[in-house]
Design a protein. Structure first.
Length: 158
């Protein structure tokens, strides 16, 4: 099976599970899978454009976002991607609060009321879906532009 076929199957299953989990109200699963998709796309981009060879599948989400921001600034003056980067970083913080805040609190203090917490989790899930789609679309566009530049550069050398 070609490498891209395996990736396609993983993504197809990820989106199937996102839809199923969203419909079932399993917002933690939605958020987790969305983070996996976004991280994968950022890892692919950063590995493709930078010298950061010490990154891999266990690289923290915050570091991938930081490297994404740094490498985009080096590549383009287009400010439109800045808004997407900031949204992903804000969502990362929401995701952290959601994942770590359900049952965790300082000793002697109450946790957030469950209904409020679940409403926040649902909001984070919906935002994660939007962001996973936007980052994936941005990544596809970057690949097309890279391939176009590579073909142009190759034909100019001939």
């Amino acid at each position: 099976m070609p490498k891209n076929a395996a990736k396609y199957l993983s993504y197809r299953e990820a989106w199937r599970r996102i839809d199923s989990a969203k419909d079932g109200g399993f917002f933690f699963e939605v958020v987790t899978i969305c983070e996996s998709i976004i991280s994968d796309r950022l890892l692919s981009f950063v590995k493709g454009v930078s010298q950061a060879n010490d990154i891999g599948t266990n690289t923290k989400f915050s570091r991938l976002i930081r490297l994404w921001r740094e490498n985009v600034q080096m590549q383009t003056q287009d400010g439109s991607i800045g808004e997407l980067i900031e949204r992903v970083d804000r969502w990362r913080n929401e995701r952290n609060n959601m994942v770590h805040g359900f049952a965790k609190s300082l000793p002697g203090t109450a946790t957030m009321p469950v209904n409020e917490f679940l409403a926040d989790a649902e909001k984070a899930a919906h935002e994660g879906i939007i962001l996973a789609k936007r980052v994936s679309a941005w990544h596809r566009k970057q690949l097309r532009e890279y391939r176009r530049r590579t073909v142009r550069s190759f034909s100019e050398k001939r």
